[in-house]
Design a protein around this ligand. Structure first.
Ligand code: ATP
Length: 677
């Protein structure tokens, strides 16, 4: 921190005040970050660079931060990156005049397309020196690539990549400059990695947020000719963290902080309709007694845990135009009597999936409810039997461009929380107060809109009975939540101990399910010859930004599902595992095909064991020798989780926690066996 407060690095030679930030300067910082694993040093490089940007070219602060977090826009804008390997290889080949065959051979050997680009670029004769890339130019170029649609989109994407690649490393004077792959500041390498969706710098999004706060505080102090105190640094961090959790959009926050300063940020950047929050999540528990222990001496409440899809509904009534923000206007779909948006747990726009909700929304709203953000679960509804249907029914609904008149699977919205009401965020109020506001502001309509069934009894017997009722009502179990006091506030993006889930499965000893990334597959045999017969799955390690394998799975799939999975996955086959896949290297353990990391599946397991074949939790100290990873025994496929991104898979730490919890229960039962599908 002392360095950060006092040090002022010399700017990059091409970088004059108010001129565009050279992309090469950012890549230099990336390479410094890549060379260390120490979080404080990473943060320092990051902060120093951002501070430099604020001092010289504040207009470029937004694209700089976005390029650092490997994003082009906020999540809800729906701008997808993750360009497939084949397009990237084509573009590298065409830019550098090397054949696709040679590029593929290099990729097979090197295994990192970023480095393949560097190698190709260094062998390319340079006829003329293109203009060096700038941060804003790269951002715009990447945005063009990500958003191109329609006829010939693939070709235009390749053209966009070629344009960037041919200008990449234009500043480098020697061949040696651009071939320094280990940490070398090659622009081509980082452009390719950005396109693949993984910069692999070890730079977590959270670290960028904290570094940005530090840079802002230092910059504001610089302007006053002062050195910031530690308290000022801590306050700055805490403000930015809170603001970002309520309004996760750098597009909104960065212009505001540049205009008003960090101390006034909370006033200008509040939760608002149109910008989805990352939802609050719950911690698993194994028994009702565990819930009672956790909440001892404090008031809690139980709600049914509905088995559907999480939905965050944002609404502004027609007669409250003062509440329309840029984002609301941009993202919202017209709903009868106002504008509204529905976002998934992942901040994806679900409005085209649920036009039936948008059409009815205004009929559930009381007259004096002019704007709100609701947290709910949409659940498939049986109109004849007047009850909820299993999640599988909801899965059969089309995902996009649904027309109200074609809807076959009706949904009922079960509202369980209110985050914003009539122009004001209410996340800091207690759950009891939020619930009162929720119940006051809406009118339930059977089969369309209901409040989550709740029960405030505090006794074991009452809770057990309520759990049984929830299961009879086709729910997954209960959510138990802190009811009063500051701890019962809504905590965006947190898996909080103030929300506990009690699933019926845990009570049967099955434990929580896992959400795993599909990395590879094995060709089927016998009845499964034309499809994949089994799959290799992995959990995610956010500390190393890698996927660690955890099991092979071949159970729980119907023939129809296997066919669908084959059709879907065969589109994303890659020649060899990505460098960020961690799996045992033994030849006999390799899957027949590898995939891009795109899909998440929910999987149940009988228990967990240690195995030299898998890598999950290897770095979590579960095996004292550090050789074995955790693996799942008898894993069974439950469902596709397309509301989660690969980085939201169950983490290695969570897998390790599950293993440890189980170990302490099964101690003295003898060693577990290592087996497979
Ligand atoms: P899973 O849904 O598999 O349990 P998850 O990681 O998606 O895991 P959790 O925090 O574990 O999310 O569980 C909370 C989820 O349960 C919410 O995301 C929401 O979709 C759903 N849910 C159903 N009913 C409620 C409720 N009454 N309160 C809060 N969440 C509920």
């Amino acid at each position: 921190q002392t360095q950060l407060k006092t040090k002022s690095k010399h700017p990059y030679p091409d970088w004059k005040p108010k001129s565009p930030v050279p992309y090469a300067a950012l890549c230099e910082t990336f390479s410094l970050i890549e060379m260390t694993t120490k979080r404080l040093i990473i943060m320092e490089h990051c902060s120093l660079f951002l501070r430099q940007v604020m001092r010289l070219t504040p207009d470029d602060l937004l694209p700089t931060v976005l390029l650092m977090i490997n994003k082009l826009a906020p999540d809800y804008a729906g701008i997808e990156l993750g360009i497939g390997e084949s397009l990237i290889m084509k573009a590298i080949g065409e830019t550098t005049g090397r054949s696709l065959q040679v590029i593929k051979a290099d990729q097979k050997e090197i295994g990192d397309l970023g480095l393949v680009a560097v190698k190709s670029r260094s062998t390319q004769p340079t006829m003329f020196k293109p203009k060096p890339l700038s941060v804003r130019g790269v951002h715009q170029g990447l945005m063009g690539i990500a958003t191109v649609t329609g006829n010939g989109a693939q070709g235009r994407k390749v053209d966009g990549i070629k344009k960037l690649l041919s200008a990449a490393d234009a500043h480098s004077t020697t061949k040696a400059d651009i071939t320094k792959d280990k940490g070398g500041p090659s622009e081509a390498k980082y452009i390719i990695r950005f396109l693949e969706g993984k910069l692999r710098l070890g730079l977590a999004e959270r670290t960028v947020l904290v570094s940005l706060a530090q840079a802002i505080v230092c910059h504001e102090a610089d302007q006053k000719g002062k050195i910031p105190s530690t308290t000022e640094m801590e306050n700055g961090e805490s403000i930015l963290k809170t603001v970002y959790s309520e309004l996760p959009s750098y597009d909104a926050i960065i212009p505001a902080v540049l205009e008003h300063g960090i101390m006034k940020l909370r006033e200008s950047c509040k939760l608002r309709p149109g910008v989805p929050l990352k939802p609050m999540l719950a911690k698993p528990t194994k028994a009702i007694t565990e819930v009672l222990d956790r909440f001892e001496g404090q008031k809690f409440t139980c709600e049914y845990k509905y088995d559907g899809e999480r939905a965050q509904i944002h609404y502004v009534a027609k007669d409250a135009p003062q509440e329309l923000s840029q984002e609301t206007a941009g993202a919202a779909k017209a709903a009868a009597d106002g504008v509204a948006s529905i976002f998934s747990r992942n901040s994806e726009d679900l409005s085209r999936k649920y036009p039936d909700i948008l059409a009815k929304l205004h009929t559930w709203v009381k007259d004096d409810t002019k704007s709100f953000v609701l947290d709910c679960e949409t659940v498939a509804w049986d109109v004849t039997e007047r009850k909820v249907l299993p999640f599988q029914q909801l899965m059969t609904r089309k995902k996009k461009d649904v027309k109200v008149e074609d809807v076959k699977v009706k949904v009922c919205v079960f509202a369980f929380d209110l985050l914003y009401l009539n122009g004001q965020p209410v996340v800091e109020k207690s759950l009891r107060e939020r619930r009162e506001l929720l119940h006051k502001s809406f009118t339930p309509t059977e089969g369309e809109f209901a409040f989550a069934t709740c029960m405030d009894g505090q006794e074991l017997d009452e809770i057990q009975l309520f759990l049984d009722e929830s299961v009879k009502a086709s729910c997954e179990g209960l959510m138990v939540k802190m009811l009063d006091g500051t701890e019962s506030g809504y905590e965006p993006s947190k898996r909080s101990r103030n929300w506990l889930k009690v699933k019926k499965d845990y009570l049967l000893g099955l434990g929580d399910s896992l959400d795993l990334v599909v990395l590879g597959a094995y060709h089927g045999r016998g009845k499964r010859t034309s499809v994949y017969g089994a799959f290799l799955l992995a959990c995610y390690n956010p500390a190393t930004d890698t996927y660690e394998t955890v099991c092979n799975i071949g159970t729980g799939f119907s023939e129809q599902v296997l066919e669908e999975l084959h059709a879907q996955l065969s589109q994303i086959v890659i020649d060899r595992p990505k460098p960020f896949y961690q799996h045992s290297s033994g030849g006999q353990h390799q899957p027949d095909v590898w995939f891009e990391p795109r899909h998440i599946w929910e999987v149940k397991t009988a228990d967990l064991t240690l195995s030299p074949r898998y890598k999950a939790g290897c770095k979590e100290g579960v095996d004292p020798a550090g050789q074995k990873g955790i693996s799942l025994r008898f894993p069974r496929f439950i469902k596709i989780r397309d509301d989660k991104k690969p980085d939201e898979a169950t983490s290695s730490r969570q897998v390790a926690e599950m293993y440890r919890k189980q170990e302490s229960v099964t101690k003295n039962k003898g060693p577990s066996v290592d087996d497979d599908f």
